[in-house]
Ligand binder design. Structure first.
Ligand SMILES: [Mn+2]
Length: 249
């Protein structure tokens, strides 16, 4: 049987769009850079809204070989057992619930996952970890994690554990990345391995021991041309998704 391009489920992120000065319109949105990175890696991105019924989500995910959780709003702290801090940003609970259902389904099915920024943080909560709701609550001084530069430019250096799946995927143990987050991982979730940190100790990468799930705090989809090794994260997802997709279907 010929190999078919795998479908990659991508959760749309909540976004309030303002059009022609009308009232804000809620949208399940995806920056094109994510879809382009999946396409370039040989996959077919399928953007999913937050379905009210998990069964509808799973019906689509059955057709897919992998899951991509992109960036977006803050994670509701109830999902890691905390009350909201005054520094918490915008949250939208029904998106959190849909993304959690998608990740739990992927875990059950052995489906590979790439989580980016909010995706990395939400996954940590699903595995039982916690977050700093704002970097000002991080103990000690932090470096700049909310860049004012173009999204495609790199700002801070990330050190990667040499034995990690992430180091193998990127082919390096040090890399400069972009950074656009005000929350970060506090306690890593059970079964998650810390693969990368910045110089201030902030966790920038997590992964499962078998490497089927890779999570990063920065935005590799914006660095496809400026930092070519970042394409590796998407080719790794699509390659694993291809094995999953062509085995199951
Ligand atoms: Mn950062």
């Amino acid at each position: 049987m010929s190999e078919r391009k795998p479908l990659i489920a991508v959760m749309g992120a909540h976004k309030l769009s303002v059009l022609y000065n009308e009232n804000p319109v809620p949208a399940a949105a995806l920056n094109e850079t994510y879809a382009n990175a999946v396409t370039r890696a040989g996959g077919i991105p399928v953007i999913l809204p937050p379905f009210a019924d998990d069964a509808d989500l799973f019906r689509i995910m059955e057709l897919c070989g992998g899951l991509l959780l992109p960036g977006g709003e803050d994670v509701d702290p109830r999902y890691f057992g905390e009350d909201p801090s005054p520094k918490l940003g915008r949250i939208t609970g029904y998106y959190d619930r849909a993304w959690i259902a998608a990740l739990e389904y992927a875990a059950e099915q052995g489906m590979p996952v790439l989580g980016i920024c909010r995706g990395h943080q939400l996954a940590n909560a699903v595995f039982g970890g916690t977050l700093y709701q704002d970097l000002s609550e991080y103990p000690g001084k932090t470096l700049l994690h909310g860049q004012h530069h173009d999204r495609t430019s790199t700002v801070h250096k990330v050190s990667i554990v040499p034995e990690s799946h992430l180091a193998r995927i990127l082919g390096c143990t040090e890399v400069y990345t972009n950074t656009m987050h005000h929350q970060c991982v506090k306690e890593p979730g059970a079964g998650l391995y810390v693969s990368a940190r910045t110089g201030d100790g902030v966790i920038e990468g997590l992964e499962t021991m078998d490497g089927s799930m890779i999570f990063v705090q920065w935005h590799p989809e914006e660095l496809q041309d400026t930092v070519p090794c970042m394409q590796g994260l998407f080719t790794d997802l699509v390659k694993k998704a291809g094995a999953c997709f062509n085995r199951q279907k």
